[in-house]
Design a protein around this ligand. Structure first.
Ligand SMILES: [Cu+2]
Length: 147
């Protein structure tokens, strides 16, 4: 019985790992918060390298109370930020999180002053897969601007 439990766990571990490899997070960049601000944004490229559609359902980090998935939409000619409950990524699709578009919103930063140089962000997908992305913390001056 114990062996079976162990085997089940191992199979779960390996299959999850196999699948997680088909998700790639690159160019993770978190904007160093302006002193006094409790929120900040982060950008990345999120690639689904598998031949199945996936759905991102949650993101989190130890540095903030919440990490929300946001997008910008045009509403009556005005750019508006909206929170997404989830984000579908088609097979072999890459979603680009960038200024003025999709972004991650860190809400309720615990320590706005001393963020390390890199921050891990955990992502959870609908099938239970988890993936950790590494984000470089950059001050506004270090950021290149997207147009
Ligand atoms: Cu936002």
């Amino acid at each position: 019985m114990k062996l079976l439990a162990l085997l089940t766990m191992l199979i779960g571990f390996f299959s999850q790992n196999t699948f997680a490899q088909s998700i790639e997070i690159t160019d993770g960049e978190l904007r160093a918060p302006i002193p006094g601000m409790e929120n900040t944004v982060a950008y990345m490229k999120l690639s689904n390298l598998s031949d199945k559609n996936i759905k991102l359902i949650a993101a989190s980090s130890v540095f903030s109370e919440k990490v929300e998935i946001h997008n910008h939409i045009m509403n009556d000619g005005v750019m508006k930020m909206v929170k997404l409950d989830d984000l579908s990524i088609k097979a072999n699709e890459t979603k680009i999180f960038e200024s003025g578009g999709l972004h991650l919103m860190f809400i309720g930063l615990h320590e706005s002053k001393d963020l390390p140089k890199t921050v891990d962000v955990s992502f959870v997908f609908q099938d239970g897969t988890k993936k950790i992305g590494v984000f470089n913390v950059k001050s506004i001056h270090q950021q290149h601007h997207h147009h």
